[in-house]
Design a binder for this molecule. Sequence first.
Ligand SMILES: *Cc1c(COP(=O)(O)O)cnc(C)c1O
Length: 352
Amino acid sequence: MNLVRDNILQTAGYIPGEQPTDTTTIKLNTNENPYPPSPKVMEAIQAVTAEQLRRYPSPSGQKFREAAAKVHGISPDNILTFNGGDELLSVAIRAAAGQTDDVAFLEPSYSLYPVLTDLNGSRAKKFSYTIDGTIWSLPKGIEKASAKVLLIVNPNAPSGHLDPLETLRHIAAGFSGLLVIDEAYVDFAPTSALSLVKEFPNILLLRTMSKGYSLAGLRFGYGIGQPALMKQLEKVRDSYPVDAIAISAATAALEDHTYAKITWQKVIAERTRLTAELQRLGFSMPASHSNFLLATAPPAGGRGAKELYETLKSRGILVRYWDLPRIHDKLRITVGTPEQNNHLLDELGKLV
Ligand SMILES: *Cc1c(COP(=O)(O)O)cnc(C)c1O
């Protein structure tokens, strides 16, 4: 007796990065911001009243929408709140793609995309990044895919590279379905696709408070798009996807974006230093516009990426490793604090 649909039985589900419960592990595996959130966030959480908890929250997360509209110079109607960016992805796919429809995405990219596609019973249409040494680029003609949804992460995960705005504009103009531009790491990048939202009714930007705003534990993300699209997606969301505590905390974080910006600048400075130090050890990697690096282990004679990952782990440093085609020789390393990065460099220096 099968209690669930076949496509659910057949998918393995999403495999999250490890979350150790001890406080001594140097955790460079899931791209959290290494600095704490703004003190205003903790104040906002402490100021939540019993009455706010007794009542249902604002279904739209209105306070947050208004704050985000102000920060981005758009209207609250352009913004939809979600229980993490991951919920946005699930809603976008459910809203746009039916059972026999194609959902298009790149490989390698966010490993949640194929899982959500399978769970929806849709068909995965996979495209490959062209990888030439450390240069990653989108394949030509991707916009002609007959898919209902096309998912592009920019800045990219896991490579950290940034596709130019012109490329995204060209794809948005040529693609007939919903183009989701996943900007989970945009806070660490010099440009965003925000300006394209006014031009194209088929663009949905994903934003999250998990990375740039140090709130991965809160579960808060949002989408930016034209009001007509947001209205439809709103029907597909949970009725109360963001809770009262999360609305208060996320709003306080976004309003204090000057605090967050200081953490981004520190991460970017360390990204530059870590890149140079890893190169000195013989690693190579694409120029990163994110808060992580995809470092290819030094060739020949040295230990492979998998062994480096395992040895680092045994020494209390977690990085991300995937035994997958085209990235099995690489480690994805979140940029940590200067102290954390020094520990990593010390250990790697002994191993390569
Ligand atoms: C972190 C991340 C998200 C969203 O994460 P949430 O914590 O659910 O907001 C989306 N896409 C990519 C590529 C990510 O790395």
